[in-house]
Design a protein around this ligand. Structure first.
Ligand code: SAM
Length: 230
């Protein structure tokens, strides 16, 4: 059976590239975005009642990871990228129909727009459906997952003096928690697990319209070097 789906909206996100996006939602509460609804859902009627809900499930398309050939096994970054597992045992982005799902906090509801936080979605992500989180049904007290039993271990994030001042300026300019976003995302250690960083190697990523650069002065420590307009 073939069935055509079309997006109900597009996410405008703080994340402008895949690198350094947390592996799951809720890991960076300062990660914000707006879901802009598309016609005919861009009217108040479509979101009527949603103001009574704190979180929503988003079903979306991994639009920057779509592939022609289905994979049976994938190498999840969580396992260092060197162990393969059945595609249905993982939340990897390479999926049969390219569908992702995230529970995100609903910060505000407006006709045609949902304000979101705690997202793990790339800018431009097409959203296929939105459903209210239902705590009694969606919270499973005795659930277990032996491959992902704990959240990722956070590493220390230190600020260079100039970098912190720059991040605070961009926080004020954008009206967004830029400094918190940087701390929360870098604490997840975005570096590919197989890479052993040297202190000389500088990493970078774009959040909103700013370029963040950092290095690893020692193992398990990140130092933010600068936060400048991209
Ligand atoms: N919570 C979702 C799930 O479980 O289906 C996504 C989990 S997936 C492991 C999270 C990663 O997806 C992020 O780190 C980011 O790099 C990637 N990602 C987010 N939006 C994407 C998009 N539109 N296209 C491709 N990759 C995306």
């Amino acid at each position: 059976m073939q069935h055509t789906v079309s997006p109900v909206g597009i996410v405008r996100s703080c994340f402008k590239e895949k690198f350094a996006i947390p592996r799951q939602p809720q890991l960076a509460p300062a990660a914000r975005g707006v879901l802009e609804l598309l016609p005919p859902f861009d009217q108040g009627d479509a979101v009527d009642g949603l103001e009574q809900v704190s979180h929503v499930w988003l079903l979306f398309l991994f639009h920057q990871a779509l592939e022609e050939k289905p994979r049976l096994k994938v190498r999840p970054p969580r396992l260092g990228g060197n162990k393969s597992m059945g595609v249905f045992a993982t939340r990897a982005t390479h999926r049969p129909n390219g569908i992702g799902q995230s529970v995100v906090r609903l910060e505000g509801v407006e006709p045609g727009r949902l304000l979101l936080s705690g997202i793990d979605l790339l800018d431009g992500t097409p959203v296929l459906d939105i459903k209210p989180y239902v705590p009694y049904a969606d919270t499973v007290a005795d659930a277990r997952n032996q491959m992902a039993s704990q959240p990722p271990v956070a590493i220390a994030v230190q600020w260079g003096d100039a970098a912190l001042a720059q991040a605070r300026e961009h926080t004020l300019r954008l009206g967004q928690p830029v400094a918190d976003l940087i701390e929360q995302c870098l604490a997840q250690d975005p570096r590919p697990a197989y890479q052993v960083p040297t202190p000389e190697r500088v990493y970078g990523v774009k959040f909103w319209d700013v370029q963040v650069r950092w290095h690893y002065p020692q193992a398990q420590v990140i130092r933010v070097l600068e936060v400048v307009l991209a």
